[in-house]
Design a protein around this ligand. Structure first.
Ligand code: C2E
Ligand code: MG
Ligand code: MG
Ligand code: MG
Length: 283
């Protein structure tokens, strides 16, 4: 080591600050859970051939009493670390299922077919998690076959308990979606080890899909993998009509993104007008 200890000291101080900030945020999460500062918003998942909203993804929102909106990307990891995700996640699942049951009752056949809920690694490895989900379905009257549970490859990477939980959910008739597909560990191996129904191809692959290059090749390859395995493919983060057209031409079933609708409390379930940006995308 160098004689001066300064860099190390600075580094430690920064780490401490980081840990303190996370701890504060964790404590705030606890209060907000009691005070009702969380809401759930819903983003449409659209069938690319019909424009129909086939599913909605539930996404949690936190209005911090002082800081205002905090991104789930910032607080979900904190809630995972301090374990609050178990209680928060159960509240999210219950809230989403209750709302979804209301839409089914109000809208009948025009309601979306599925509600999709993100579930974190910590929730999956909590003993009894499948029973908690079964209880929520029972209480809210949502059929198991209408629930999609979104898990990430990373959440399943540890194997064991998390995979057992996914298998148990699947046996109960719940659909499983692999979220952010292609960004985690051991993507293709997981497709053999875990009962998956839906592949959600990550936004990072969709972003440059209309440019010639690697992204387009990967997105094309993934639709073949998905079709070959009998899965449904959903493209995430679709922001333009060009991307939507391109994905439809490639054979993607469904897509989700700002082009179709942002996550909101009460989405519009009317069919999206599918105006092709150009006629033949792929010759
Ligand atoms: P995710 O599950 O992959 O959700 C998709 C994220 O992409 C959402 O961000 C959504 O608002 C955003 N998004 C959708 N379409 C577009 C688009 O066209 N362009 C761009 N730039 N973004 C788009 P959000 O709501 O901030 O959530 C971020 C992540 O936090 C989620 O990624 C998920 O991993 C996690 N998360 C959100 N809600 C929950 C939850 O209720 N439970 C758990 N465990 N995790 C959650
Ligand atoms: Mg998701
Ligand atoms: Mg995703
Ligand atoms: Mg994501």
């Amino acid at each position: 080591a160098k004689s001066s200890g300064t860099p190390l000291v600075v580094h430690t101080a920064e780490l401490d600050e980081c840990a303190e900030a996370a701890e504060r945020l964790g404590a705030d999460l606890r209060h907000s859970l009691d005070d009702g500062d969380f809401t759930v918003v819903y983003q449409p998942i659209v069938a690319l051939r019909t424009g129909r909203v086939v599913a909605v993804e539930a996404l949690v929102r936190w209005t911090h009493p002082i800081r205002g909106q905090v991104s789930p990307a910032d607080f979900i990891p904190v809630a995972e670390d301090n374990g609050l995700i178990v209680e928060l996640g159960e509240w999210i699942m219950r809230t989403a299922c209750r709302q979804f049951a209301r839409w089914r009752a109000e809208l009948g056949d025009t309601a979306p077919q599925y509600v999709s809920v993100n579930v974190s690694a910590r929730q999956l490895s909590e003993p009894g998690f499948p029973d908690v989900v079964a209880g929520i379905l029972m209480d809210t009257g949502v059929p198991a076959a209408a629930l999609l549970v979104e898990v990430t490859e990373t959440a399943l990477f540890g194997g064991g308990v998390a995979i057992d939980a996914v298998e148990s959910l699947h046996r109960a008739g719940i659909r499983i979606a692999l979220d952010d597909f292609g960004t985690g560990h051991s993507s293709l191996g997981l497709l053999r080890a875990v009962p998956v129904d839906v592949l959600k191809v990550d936004k990072s692959f969709v972003d440059e899909i209309t440019e010639p290059g690697r992204q387009a090749v990967i997105v094309d390859a993934l639709i073949h993998v998905s079709n070959g395995l009998g899965l449904r493919a959903v493209a995430e983060g679709v922001e333009t009509a060009e991307q939507a057209d391109y994905l439809r031409e490639l054979g993607y079933d469904c897509a989700q993104g700002w082009h179709f609708g942002r996550p909101v409390a009460q989405p519009d379930f009317g069919a999206v007008a599918l105006i092709p940006a150009r006629t033949a995308v792929i010759d």
